[in-house]
Write a protein that binds this ligand. Structure first.
Ligand SMILES: Nc1ncnc2c1ncn2[C@@H]1O[C@H](COP(=O)(O)OP(=O)(O)OP(=O)(O)O)[C@@H](O)[C@H]1O
Length: 245
């Protein structure tokens, strides 16, 4: 599904990503972990076209997407959510998700022309799968942080992605919200057969849903494999897990 080949990103003289390579098979849930500043967001930005690599390639289903524009990569089936919540606070929950469906299906320009009825059933179905159907008419900006992240997930899912990249999906959430959000993401990934790549600081979250884990440290992928292998890796314990114990 996704192949990252010897990817590099330099900011001036600073190497934020150095020679990162990994393959992600269809339907697999993979976490990218690493200390602050390890390069996780930069790696996501390189995959989604928000940054151009200094060297290396990104392939999606065998097709080279290196350096393509974010909207083009999104159209090819890569969905994304960001660390900072990205919703439309003055729209209702329904309108947020409906707008994303309209934008993805090429109706964006007609949005202000009697669009209320468009994709009503699809929007409500998506809200129901997120558990947000009762909040459809609420203003997005007035809901809890956890609900806002769920709306964001709905916006990302509206583009019907094959692969979804989530940058710290539980950032800033309470323990209860974190638990609910992770259960939701795991269910949606399973139901849709989604390939999922996510970053996360909470190790309990990582080990509860990731089938594979990649560990970034100073821009390098120092370990990659199933959770058991990564947990036992001495280098990982030293640079990352160890510092938290
Ligand atoms: N546009 C930029 N210009 C210069 N340096 C940058 C830029 N973006 C990121 N960096 C640097 O690259 C390194 C990796 O940053 P990045 O945000 O990818 O790390 P991260 O692992 O996502 O961190 P966090 O866990 O704190 O979100 C950091 O040292 C950061 O300061």
């Amino acid at each position: 599904m996704l192949q990252v080949q010897d990817l590099h990103k330099r900011f001036g003289g600073f190497a934020a990503i150095s020679g990162v390579s990994f393959d992600l098979e269809k339907g697999v849930v993979m976490a990218i972990i690493g200390p602050n500043g390890a390069g996780k967001s930069t790696l996501f930005n390189l995959i989604t076209g928000h940054l151009e690599p200094s060297a290396g390639r990104v392939l999606l289903g065998g097709r080279d997407i290196t350096g393509a524009a974010p909207h083009a990569i999104c159209r090819l089936g890569v969905g994304r959510s960001f660390q900072r919540t990205n919703i439309f606070p003055h729209l209702s929950v329904f309108e947020c998700v409906q707008a994303a469906l309209l934008a993805h299906r090429g109706q964006g320009r007609n949005f202000w022309l009697r669009s209320e009825g468009l994709y009503r059933a699809e929007t409500m179905a998506l809200l129901a799968s997120l558990g947000l159907q009762d909040k459809a008419e609420s203003l997005a900006g007035e809901l809890s942080h956890g609900n806002q992240k769920q709306i964001e997930l709905g916006i990302a899912l509206a583009s019907d992605p094959d692969i979804l990249l989530l940058d710290e999906p539980t950032a800033g959430m309470s323990a209860v919200e974190t638990h609910e959000t992770i259960a939701l993401i795991a269910r949606i990934a399973r139901e849709r057969g989604l390939t999922l790549l996510f970053t996360e600081h909470d190790m309990a979250v990582v080990f509860s849903i990731a089938q594979r884990i990649g560990v970034l440290h100073q821009g390098r992928l120092i370990a990659e494999g199933d959770p058991q292998a990564v947990r036992a890796d001495p280098e990982v314990r030293r640079v990352y897990l160890g510092e938290r114990s």
